[in-house]
Write a protein that binds this ligand. Structure first.
Ligand SMILES: [Zn+2]
Ligand SMILES: [Zn+2]
Length: 218
C-alpha cells in the first residue's frame, strides 16, 4: 500500500483556484494527508491578478484559523513565484520571507538552454525551495542543459516537483537529477478541491524510479 501524505502545491480562490482555504483543508484532512502547502500566485507573477499585502494577510488569517481547527494537519503558507528569463523571481508584496515555502516556476515556454540558464541564475539567489512543474513549459530538451540544471539544483538543495497537472515529457532529466542527488516533492497543483491529493501517477513514477521524496517538516 502506498499512500501519499503530502501535497505541496494547492491553489485557492486567493489566486486562480476556485476553492476556499477551508474547503481544501477539510478535504486534505478527510484524505488523511499529513502536510499540505497552500500555494497561491500573487501579482505580478502570472496566474493571478490578485496580490498586495492585505490579500496576503487575509489569506494567512484563514490559514491560521484552519491550523487551529485541524491540529493533525500541517498547513504551510506557500507562494508560487515566477522565475523570469533573467533569473530573477517576480516580487511579492511583503517579500518572500513571510512564507513557509516558496515554489519557483517557469510560466513561459522556453528551450532547455534558456531554461537552464535562467534556472542556474535563479538558484544563486537562494529564494525558493521547490522547482514547480519543472518541464511544464519546456519546448525542447538537451541532456547537457539538464546536467547544468540538475547539478545546480542539487547544490542549492532545491527539490524538483512531480506535478499533478503537467505530464512528464523528458523523463531523462529525472534520472539525471537523481544521479546528482536531487530530492523531489509531490504537488497536485490543484485549482479545485476535488483534485487535492490527486497524485497517484506521480507517486508511481517516483516509486518506479526510486526517487527520494522529501518529507517537509518545518
Ligand atoms: Zn505554475
Ligand atoms: Zn501552480
Amino acid at each position: 500500500m502506498s499512500s501519499n501524505l503530502e501535497d505541496l502545491h494547492i491553489h485557492t480562490n486567493y489566486s486562480d483556484g476556485i476553492s476556499s482555504v477551508d474547503e481544501i483543508v477539510q478535504r486534505a484532512a478527510s484524505l488523511g494527508l499529513k502536510t499540505i502547502a497552500v500555494a497561491d500566485h500573487f501579482w505580478p507573477s502570472l496566474g493571478s491578478r490578485k496580490g498586495g499585502l492585505n490579500l496576503i494577510e487575509q489569506r494567512r488569517h484563514e490559514i491560521e484559523i484552519c491550523r487551529n481547527d485541524y491540529v493533525d494537519l500541517k498547513i504551510l503558507d506557500a507562494a508560487e513565484v515566477d522565475i523570469q528569463s533573467n533569473g530573477e523571481l517576480a516580487p511579492i508584496s511583503g517579500g518572500f520571507e513571510q512564507f513557509d515555502l516558496i515554489i519557483g516556476s517557469f510560466h513561459w515556454y522556453t528551450d532547455s538552454t534558456n531554461w537552464a540558464s535562467a534556472l542556474v541564475q535563479s538558484l544563486r539567489r537562494n529564494e525558493f525551495h521547490i522547482l514547480g512543474h519543472w518541464d511544464g513549459y519546456l519546448s525542447s530538451y538537451r541532456e547537457e542543459d539538464g546536467r547544468l540544471a540538475a547539478e545546480a539544483l542539487a547544490k542549492a538543495g532545491v527539490a524538483i516537483e512531480l506535478n499533478g497537472r503537467y505530464s512528464v515529457e523528458h523523463i531523462g532529466f529525472l534520472e539525471l537529477a537523481k544521479s546528482y542527488g536531487c530530492s523531489f516533492t509531490l504537488g497536485s497543483d490543484s485549482h479545485d478541491v476535488s483534485t487535492v491529493g490527486d497524485l497517484t501517477f506521480q507517486q508511481r513514477l517516483a516509486a518506479s524510479m526510486d526517487l527520494q521524496i522529501l518529507q517537509i517538516n518545518i
